[in-house]
Design a protein around this ligand. Sequence first.
Ligand SMILES: Nc1ncnc2c1ncn2[C@@H]1O[C@H](COP(=O)(O)OP(=O)(O)OP(=O)(O)O)[C@@H](O)[C@H]1O
Length: 363
Amino acid sequence: MTASSAALECRDLAVGRDARPVLADVALAVPRGGLLALLGASGSGKTTLLDTIAGFIAPLRGEIRLAGTQVSGPGRHEPPERRGVGVVFQHYALWPHMPVADIVAYPMRRAGTGKTAARTQAAALLERLGIAALAGRRPAELSGGEQQRVALARALARQPALFLFDEPTAHLDAHLRALVLDEVARRRVESGAAAVYATHDAAEALAIADTVAVLDRGRIAQSGPPHEVYERPAGLSVARLTGPACVLRVPTTSPNDGATAQITIGSASATVQYASDRPSRRVLVRPDWAVLGGPFSGVAARVRFRGPHTDYSLDTDAGRLDLRVPGPPRHSAGERVDWALSRAWPLPEPSGANDPARIPSNC
Ligand SMILES: Nc1ncnc2c1ncn2[C@@H]1O[C@H](COP(=O)(O)OP(=O)(O)OP(=O)(O)O)[C@@H](O)[C@H]1O
């Protein structure tokens, strides 16, 4: 990607807080119109990175370019108001004295939109975010989730080339989350704006982004299309950050052709999708990569009905395995259950642990 085609580029960024290193070697590129999800556990540095891109923190090293123009770099630090970035942070900072309709119309008025048009567009945004009835209220009269949606509406009312979202759905229930994610996607399509969307919710990141960057203790551990980081995580920590994952100990896998492998557990074996030519004694299995019925056997340790599907935890000869199966429960806890694998992914072995019995196997 050339500098001129990218809405955002970060190169070799290092950031500290209170003289403590928080981010190191951070490199990112978001094309115009692209949406990058920054996925990481609490404390991994998501807010720090967004604050740095927005200009609230100066990096110790590296550079940031917005639409090809350097805004942070050696001897250069453009202040936030000169960066033209729309931010929705966890702390909403809504103007306390203004009614909601005016808060949302304000960015459009500042950009030169007429009063009536700004009010009409603000009303439409509030409607789509399910808060039209709150137009006349002031922030102090709103719940946390309502304030969050007002802050989002205010940010979406601007037309920046880059949005930064910091967990904008943190206080919302599932229905409202879907509403907000739809609105973010719609705005992206309408305006061609790029976005960085920080979240600790793997399902949200995988659903909304074209690229997922996994931030692990201040470093980008892996970055790629959602299906790639989900199906081919670089290691166990990325696997766990990107969704539910179990690790099975197997004597060894025998890759066939870079697409499938033979997996043996106990006296049974099966051919599964593998997407690697690397043999391994430790394989990752997502709950949707295993099914009921098949050559392997285990005992149901836990059965949980979730509505559209049932989650089973099985104790097997290769370790604990979680399965997600559509429909109501077909087995109870304590029953013997046959199962099969459709896919597995090799994980690197923990260094120094050559004895297969010492290789951890768990979910
Ligand atoms: N204002 C601050 N002063 C000093 N250290 C800070 C400050 N804010 C955050 N930190 C530290 O920086 C590190 C990264 O924090 P940050 O808030 O960026 O993580 P995060 O991934 O956004 O977490 P969360 O998901 O909990 O919001 C943490 O170790 C945190 O304790």
